[in-house]
Design a binder for this molecule. Structure first.
Ligand SMILES: [Zn+2]
Length: 268
């Protein structure tokens, strides 16, 4: 079920019958010359929607406003103010919960969101919430990783690569422009290789100034369909596991209660 396609009464039914909402988080950024700006959100949303057909869940529209400052120098990037980015995500989660959902799976489709979304997960403890957030991302689950490896010809990747290009061919084939790729590949330039064990704001840019990491020339729709199935099957299992989980909500209540108790004992 897609949130934006439901009527108000159907959404209320879904709250009672399913109780779980999936929030796909992406970004708007260059994906070299051949993939759409919205690749991460489009793929994440498609994976979540297909998974929700197999194991019922409400899927929120793609959240486009992730962390993407490292792509500000390319056309098409929307890099929202950092503080607003966090507040907006928290606000969206609060609003999903205000409609009655007690569980939210945040599905991250974009590497640049990783630290942001772990921070979001952790600050859920800053004040009592009526809902639990479960965070996962674009990696297939552990038991499918070997199958994913077997589908791909290249090992190095990370952005607009064989994996991502194939996956997009599986989800939105009409949006992939292989002719624009023109047979190009991108190995890391290593411009910061004199710095080991530290990261800088331009670590990714140093290696990949064209916002391309990997070799997409061997990408194909058949690989994309096989990858898509692995991703969807992974998310189906995550939805099932989260639906049946009663431990996280109970522990969160216990945690909030202990915080409140601490305040009370301090003031008596
Ligand atoms: Zn991407």
């Amino acid at each position: 079920m897609q949130w934006e396609q439901l009527t108000a009464p159907k959404l209320q039914n879904a709250v009672h019958e399913v109780g779980l909402c999936v929030l796909p988080v992406g970004a708007l950024e260059k994906h070299f010359e051949h993939l759409p700006l919205g690749t991460d959100g489009l793929n994440a949303h498609k994976i979540c929607c297909l998974a929700a057909e197999a194991e019922a869940a409400v899927v929120f529209p793609p959240h486009w406003f992730g962390q993407i400052h490292e792509a500000r120098c390319y056309p098409g990037t929307i890099a929202i103010d950092p503080i607003l980015t966090v507040r907006l995500l928290m606000n969206v989660c609060d609003e999903i919960a205000r409609n009655g959902f007690a569980k939210i799976i945040v599905y991250n489709g974009h590497g640049g969101n990783t630290h942001l979304l772990h921070y979001l997960r952790q600050i859920m403890l800053a004040q009592r919430k009526s809902y639990a957030v479960y965070l996962t991302d674009w990696h297939v689950d552990e038991k499918r990783q070997e199958q994913q490896k077997a589908i791909l010809d290249t090992e190095y990747g990370g952005h607009a690569c064989e994996w991502e290009t194939s996956l997009t061919m599986g989800t939105h084939p009409e949006l992939v422009k292989m002719e624009a790729l023109a047979g190009q590949a991108a190995a890391p330039l290593g411009r910061l290789k004199h710095l080991t064990g530290v990261k800088t704001p331009v670590s990714f840019y140093a290696d990949h100034p064209d916002h391309y990491a990997g070799d997409a020339t061997s990408a194909s729709p058949a690989k994309g369909r096989a990858l898509l199935k692995l991703h969807v099957d992974s998310v189906v299992e995550y939805i099932r596991a989260v639906k049946s989980d009663e431990v996280t909500p109970a522990l969160m209540r216990e945690f909030y209660d202990r915080c409140d108790e601490l305040g009370r004992s301090g003031s008596s």
